[in-house]
Design a protein around this ligand. Sequence first.
Ligand code: NAD
Length: 396
Amino acid sequence: MNIQPKTRGFICTTAHPEGCASQVQRQIDYVTSKPAIQGPRNVLVVGASTGYGLASRIVSSFGAGANTVGVYFDKAAEGVRTASAGWYNSAAFEKAAAEAGRKSYSIVGDAFSDEIKTKTIDLIRTELGQIDLVIYSVASPRRVHPKTGEVFSSVIKPLGGTYSNKTVNFHSGEVSTATIEPATEDELRQTIAVMGGEDWQMWIDELQSAGVLAEGATTVAYSYIGPEITHAVYREGTIGAAKNDLEATAKRLNAGLATNGGRAFVSVNKALVTQSSSAIPVVPLYISALYKVMKEQGIHEGCIEQMYRLFAERLYGEGETLVDEKGLIRVDDWEMRPEIQAEVAKLWAELTTENVYELSDLVGYRREFFQLFGFETDGIDYEADTNPDVAISNLR
Ligand code: NAD
């Protein structure tokens, strides 16, 4: 079939298998062009099919030569529907890993459920014995609690007061004002249940009690802080409260794992175009301005560059892992440089519909958004007849 992008707001309902494969290969090529990492041997990535989780899996496999298990929630093609981008990414990853002689396994299903945790543990026990790194990179709008069955939905809202700021429709370039009403107590509770640390803790507890977590194992989850302009809607809003919970979980996990020489960290990563970040109001316009400034300064990074730096320089670099005063790994350090933020703030004050293409990298933002789904990728013939049915080789 002929596969073209079909968008609804910040969602693209189609994905292109060859474009996704090409995006995965580009990330693999980047990692293999860099020095090898003396890192983990067997890695579990929960939320492994797109964004930061996929990049973590690629760095583990192609940077450190590790075997990997990826857990993710993606759909195969069905009838006239293409598979989701994460499905095609994972199919391409598995194929490349096999060709490179690394073991890799995929488990598709709800990471929040007991069933998927048990299935993953059984797989690790049979195929790998133990794992020495667990990356937790799930970003989800909802969670069914495995013990109570309660369904939680996360919201991106401020706390305490109404928040208004500039936002952009990244398809049309229209800059307008987004006004978001504050969250209720219950919305806050539910967002923490979805995006906080409870599920990460459950994974580590269950891996540990099943005896499949190696002595001295490391675990890492991802967070974001960002600039003053997004604080009310992000860091000081519902998602920020969930991230506070995640960071508190890291401290608890670290205390437990340290008794065996293990470690738990939260890594604060850079704002990047992913399926999750494109859903947050204000953030796409901030990212467009940030990309312009960081590209001009020659310090722009994508998911793969961020994750390579996290592994090579922080987690498995020389000496102790560098953390800030709160114990957080900061690979958002280049984004947060005062001179970068001052430049972004200057652009932010001036941004309007009329000048958005001149003052921000909205063109780059849109292109990266479509590339998440395998579109707008060089070397792909989008007019060609393409088979949407792609198998994942080591699907369990
Ligand atoms: P993403 O949407 O690209 O990836 C989310 C992953 O979670 C996918 O692999 C998806 O399949 C998986 N997933 C979702 N629900 C699942 C479920 N129920 N069971 C199993 N897998 C499930 O997101 P991302 O932007 O890479 O975010 C990953 C983490 O990085 C999040 O914690 C996010 O807050 C953090 N982060 C993101 C940014 C950013 O700008 N994108 C910046 C800093 C930190």
